[in-house]
Design a protein around this ligand. Structure first.
Ligand SMILES: Cc1ncc(COP(=O)(O)O)c(C=O)c1O
Length: 367
């Protein structure tokens, strides 16, 4: 699906399939593994691990499930604090909140768009959190070197919420591979999709092995179902992994297309400021994100797009502004609030054709 041809609407980030996805699903049916495990899921894990340069990966039902398993393994619970990026999707914090932990939020750095390292330093010194969940926003990476140093000093585990950043890098380190563990989302709108799914990666194979075991109900090695503790049903189904394997075949093209779309907008809209990116971060431009000079101009542009059937979205609403987190500790928040006020995510589907891009240029009045 191109996201622009099927009807006149242009969607924000529809999936784009390279071709082998359908054949893989058919092969999975033929193999008989229409099940929550199977050879495609195993192969998908090997491909994700190879892509990230780590020994292993666990294929799971969602990015949220991956985060939940990490909080389980870290023993996050009542009385613990979990420090998260302020500018993120709620799933960075929600599984920790469900376990009774207190969330705290750290503002974005105006120069990099990602979590502010000086404010994080302040937060961990004050709160002594069990872990830090740093979100790699919009297909960019946080400063992994600084994050690891701050977390090591504070005795806090580092978790990379790389749900949006599969394929991105910090220097030569693939997204998701710093700290205790990292997570990816393969939701329908992500740069690689399994139609809904996620993965957990870690440089420590024991962490991945435990996550995989927990994701399959923590079964002990007996012929019957024996359990010394409770687990979860978080394993990625074989059919989903079949889609994911096809997406990985197409990934070089998807990545090139995403980056070309961002380049088109950058040239078409010189008055807009690209969402900041650290020069040491290799961005995938999962979503093309730009900042308008003012909120009024952003709102006007978004309304014009909507009137012409072009889907856009504001930058994430920061967690410190979410009603559910009104009592949570927050360190700064002005920068993320400013990004929320002025930022727009433009259509970024890898299938966007030249005609659609020109339509967007026309509606937004680019030069
Ligand atoms: C930053 C972030 N964290 C976590 C998630 C959760 O991933 P999933 O939707 O696969 O559960 C998402 C996206 O959906 C996300 O953008």
């Amino acid at each position: 699906m191109s996201g622009s041809r099927r009807d006149s609407r242009i969607f924000l980030s529809p999936p784009w399939c390279g071709g082998s996805e359908r054949a893989n699903v058919s092969a999975a049916f033929d193999s008989g593994y229409v099940a929550p495990c199977g050879p495609m899921a195993d192969a998908f894990e090997r491909r994700i691990a190879a892509h990230c340069g780590v020994p292993s990966a666990a294929a799971l039902s969602s990015g949220t499930a991956a985060l939940d398993l990490i909080f389980d393994m870290l023993g996050v619970g009542r009385g613990d604090t979990v420090v998260c990026s302020d500018l993120t999707f709620i799933a960075s914090a929600a599984p920790a909140v469900h376990r009774g932990a207190a969330p705290a939020f750290v503002d974005s750095d105006p120069a990099t768009g990602q979590i502010s390292i000086p404010l994080l330093r302040k937060a961990v010194a004050e709160l002594r959190p069990k872990c830090v969940v740093a979100t790699d926003l919009y297909g960019e990476c946080c400063d992994y070197d600084a994050l690891e140093a701050v977390c090591a000093e504070a005795g806090a585990a580092l978790v990379c919420d790389s749900a949006e950043a599969f394929g991105s890098k910090w220097k030569d380190r693939p997204a998701g591979t710093a700290g205790f563990a990292g997570v990816f989302s393969f939701n329908g709108n992500k740069i690689v999709t399994t139609g809904g799914g996620g993965a957990l990666v870690s440089r420590d194979p024991a962490v991945v092995e435990r996550a995989r075991w927990l994701s399959q109900q923590a079964r002990e090695p007996f012929p019957w179902y024996e359990h010394a503790r409770t687990g979860y049903n978080y394993r990625m189904p074989n059919l989903s992994a079949a889609v994911g394997l096809g997406q990985l075949d197409a990934f070089p093209e998807i990545l090139a297309r995403k980056r070309a779309i961002f380049d088109f907008y950058r040239k078409a809209f010189p008055a807009l400021e690209p969402f900041p990116c650290h020069p040491d971060s290799f961005p995938t431009h999962w979503l093309s994100v730009f900042l308008f000079p003012s909120q009024a101009e952003r709102d006007d542009a978004a309304a014009r797009c909507a009137a012409h059937g072009i889907e856009t979205r504001p930058v994430w609403k920061p967690m410190h502004l979410q009603p559910v987190f009104k009592d949570a500790a927050a360190f700064g928040g002005e920068t993320s609030a400013d990004f929320f006020a002025r930022g727009i995510c433009l259509p970024s589907g890898a299938g966007l054709d030249a005609e659609s891009l020109e339509r967007i240029r026309g509606v937004l009045g680019g030069g």
